[in-house]
Design a protein around this ligand. Structure first.
Ligand SMILES: [Zn+2]
Length: 396
């Protein structure tokens, strides 16, 4: 089995990480980013990398191939690790990296038993899962809006202390893109001369918010959306009974969930909650009905909007979001039937909904829904905005 089996899809990324960890060529800092899977998947990947790097099965695999110690001997430190000077590490440069990392070349194989990393069974993996591994540190901004310079200074002090029991020490920095400029500059000094044994994993939504000088020293690892088979496998594994029930009894519900998740396995998992899926279906139904009335030019569209009781801003925003996605599918169906839908389950359903509407009208309607969303974001009256949008679309 390939390494990092808990991470859905992202085969190329997993293979790259696996190769770097097994060959001892993993660097000192990486940015983990990508919208797919949000905070949870970014953290899951970082945690799996930390575990794999410190996994004792990895050490024994390297030792076997390097002939340093007998098979089966699992110790926290390799002979090289033990020879590290205690306490005084700050003088090490990146050239000294081999002191802390096994210097064997490209080892493409698996561990002796062909196990994948992390093994999830060795003492190191067990401690990591229990949250008690002393060489895996998670930096969290907690309730604060930003990661401040004080946190980075404390991290810096800690980073120069040698690992407690492994060859390397991993810092997982959540929301790294919320570091203040002062904090980033302090962190940069650490990145310029990192302790040989340290790995920093910077998790962020948007690495564009970070200084170029940090980005140039921390290559980005980007999580990508998953294919449908990967999504189904992940949901059955993580969503267990809820996924099995939905998949076996409601094929349309399953398809709607996968469509709405858009290749995001964590969102898919959230939608397995029956209430979330029902709410999504209801929201889409309302959007579809209102859109159909607006496009037909019926006065009923205006009555429907006027009769909404105190429409909330976020509900209107969601309504417009779904309407725009429906319009996008309808417009594409005018050109071909070979496209990926985002609202309707199939291009044929989109084509059916768009019967009687010209492509020009649909394109203008998309513009109108976008303008209405902007107005609602800018605190315009919800009812007035929806009414004037409908009238403008009708008058096209
Ligand atoms: Zn392990």
């Amino acid at each position: 089995m390939a390494d990092f089996p808990s991470i859905p899809g992202n085969d190329a990324l997993r293979a790259r990480l696996s190769s770097m960890i097994r060959s001892g060529t993993l660097g000192h800092a990486y940015i983990i980013e990508g919208e797919t899977g949000g905070d949870k998947l970014r953290f899951d990947l970082a945690f799996a990398v930390a575990k794999a790097l410190l996994c004792e099965k990895k050490t024994s695999a390297l030792n076997v191939f390097g002939g340093v110690s007998p098979i089966g001997e699992i110790s926290g430190l390799s002979p090289q690790g033990e020879s590290l000077p205690q306490g005084e590490i700050s003088g090490l440069s990146s050239q000294d990296e081999t002191c802390g990392v096994s210097p064997f070349g490209e080892i493409s194989g698996l561990s002796p038993k062909g196990e994948s990393l992390p093994c999830n069974a060795c003492p190191s993996c067990v401690r990591a899962d229990a949250g008690t591994h002393p060489d895996i540190r998670v930096i969290d901004r907690g309730e604060r809006a930003t990661l401040g310079v004080d946190t980075v200074r404390r991290l810096k002090k800690d980073a120069y202390l040698i690992p407690s029991e492994s060859e390397r020490k991993v810092y997982i920095i959540k929301d790294a893109d919320t570091m203040t400029v002062e904090a980033q500059n302090a962190f940069l000094l650490l990145l310029e001369e990192p302790p040989a044994f340290v790995l920093f994993l910077l998790l962020c939504r948007d690495s564009g918010l970070m200084l170029e000088t940090i980005r140039s020293r921390a290559p980005a690892l980007r999580l990508s959306p998953c294919s449908r088979p990967v999504m189904e496998e992940y949901l059955l594994r993580e969503g267990k009974d809820a996924a099995r029930r939905l998949f076996s009894s409601d094929a349309r519900g399953r398809d709607e969930l996968l469509l709405a998740a858009g290749g995001d396995p964590v969102l898919g998992l959230e939608l397995l909650d029956g209430n979330r899926l029902s709410a999504l279906r209801e929201a889409k139904r309302r959007a579809s009905e209102l859109l159909s009335l607006i496009l037909s030019g019926s006065d009923e569209a205006l009555y429907t909007i006027a009769s909404m009781k105190k429409p909330k801003r976020d509900e209107a925003a969601e309504l417009l979001f779904h309407m725009r996605r429906a319009l996008r599918d309808m417009l594409l169906s005018k050109k071909s039937r070979g496209f990926e839908t985002c609202f309707y389950l199939t291009p044929d359903e989109a084509a059916e909904a768009s019967a009687g509407c010209s492509a020009k009208k649909l394109a203008l309607a998309i513009d109108e829904t976008s303008s209405a969303s902007e107005a609602i974001d800018a605190y315009a009256s919800v009812t007035t905005t929806l009414l004037s949008m409908s009238i403008r679309i009708r008058n096209q």
